[in-house]
Design a protein around this ligand. Structure first.
Ligand code: PGA
Ligand code: ZN
Length: 424
């Protein structure tokens, strides 16, 4: 049983306040979780509670959310010996009482839920990934890491409208090699940027943020960087994945890309051009939240050639993903624990994906902590896909290194995509 619940305010990787939750059981064992935070968020995400006091951290303090953990939530968690994570998560939702977790704060709730998952795993004498896999009833799998090596949009100060350009070592023989390939391409990209006279300063997710504006130019740099390492660019080697995060350049009816106004159909054609020219295998948030027609068109036109991941439109909500599957929007979902606010609901979102034949990609946030929960979630859910930023910076490599640890512990676990949806 959990005897003690303590939250404190700490800083995340952007220097913004966030929450660290610690649970202690009868045996004196401590279970800790760190709460991440997004910068380009979907409007229907579970609501993190911020203090709003302009004199402290520019209003971004989380002392009220911390108090909620230490008072109301601590009382709930220590009141009984919980035997199921789903029951505790339900109780947290009822205690909050809102549909978006805004009263106690999704940041307060998710930290407790993640730490509790660790406590339940320990009760069963299992590593976290095994415990999560028993809840999802899926086989373990080491995911293909998607390294975000060029940053734009809300994560960088450059003129690049597209938010993320990722490299995905789909063709690597095992996870350790995939990580090596990622690190080598990252180093190669740094040299390539210097060679062509671009700066190699970093964005929020540890990728480079050179002063470029054209998404084509970004893809060219990536293909050159991959080629310079001697690896193949494509799904037999290192493929590209893009998250334009289209919410960031949508005004409600059209998209504004590199200074040009584009209709949804012009944007879809632009993507088609990129996909024809470069080995792009996955495209996330190609259209914006609210542009259902754009999403329909995108899915109809490109759903057979690339993975189309919904992030801001799905916000890890099981019901939203189910409805989208009914309407044929996208063919994959991004999964972020803090977007929905409890581990159990995240697992529900993963089962909806499985039921409906949607791929699922486990994701970090642009504001992170050293917590490596998502590495265990990726292996336990068997979904085969993870993105955790560049293969650099402590908060990003914490996840990639945790996957190495798991790979070293589990010799027989396969690496790679669960389903090869498209062969590029
Ligand atoms: P965020 O962005 O963590 O800043 O919301 C990540 C993403 O859009 O995938
Ligand atoms: Zn995204």
């Amino acid at each position: 049983q959990i005897r003690r619940v303590v939250a404190i305010q700490v800083l995340d990787s952007r220097g913004n306040p966030t929450i660290r939750v610690s649970l202690t059981d009868d045996g004196g064992r401590e279970f800790v979780a760190g709460v991440p935070a997004g910068a380009s968020t979907g409007t229907r995400e579970a609501k993190e509670l911020r203090d709003g006091d302009p004199n402290r951290f520019g209003g971004r303090g989380v002392s009220r959310a911390v108090e909620h953990v230490n008072d109301e939530i601590a009382e709930l968690v220590t009141a009984q010996a919980w035997t199921r994570l789903a029951d505790l998560d339900d109780a947290l939702r009822s205690l909050d009482g809102t549909t978006d977790k805004s009263r106690l704060g999704a940041n307060a709730i998710v930290g407790v839920s993640m730490a509790a998952a660790r406590a339940f795993a320990h009760d069963r004498r299992e590593p976290l990934y095994r415990y999560l896999s028993s809840l999802t009833r899926t086989a373990l799998r080491l995911p293909v890491p998607h390294f975000n090596v060029l940053n734009g949009g809300a994560h960088a100060a450059n003129a690049l409208d597209f938010q993320e350009f990722m490299i995905a070592p789909i063709g690597a023989p095992c996870y350790a090699e995939a990580l090596r390939w990622g690190a080598e391409v990252y180093a190669s990209l740094r040299s390539e940027l210097r060679r062509v006279g671009l700066t190699s300063g970093l964005g929020d997710e540890g990728g480079f943020a050179p002063d470029i504006a054209d998404p084509r130019r970004a893809c060219e740099l990536l293909v050159a960087a991959i080629g310079n390492t001697g690896l193949n660019a494509g799904s037999e080697g290192v493929a590209l994945a893009i998250d334009p995060a289209a919410n960031g350049f949508f005004d409600g009816s059209s998209y504004s890309l590199d200074g040009k106004e584009m209709s949804p159909s012009a944007l879809v054609e632009f993507y088609r051009g990129l996909i024809d020219e470069f080995p792009v295998w996955s495209l996330e948030d190609g259209c914006a939240e609210g542009d259902d027609e754009g999403w329909q068109l995108l899915t109809r036109e490109l759903g057979d050639v690339v993975q189309l991941v919904g992030d801001d439109i799905f916000v890890t909500d099981p019901e939203t993903i189910r409805a989208a599957a009914d309407a044929d929007l996208a063919n994959a979902a991004l999964i972020k624990v803090n977007q929905i606010g409890t581990v159990s609901e995240t697992l529900d979102a993963l089962s909806v994906c499985r039921e409906r034949g949607y791929a699922a990609m486990i994701s970090h946030r642009s504001g992170e902590t050293p917590d490596s929960f998502i590495a265990d979630l990726a292996v336990g859910s068997g979904c085969g896909l993870i993105k955790s930023g560049a293969p650099a910076r402590g908060e990003r490599v914490a996840k990639y290194n945790r996957l190495l640890e798991i790979a070293a512990q589990e010799n027989d676990v396969p690496y790679g995509l669960a389903v090869l949806r498209v062969d590029r």
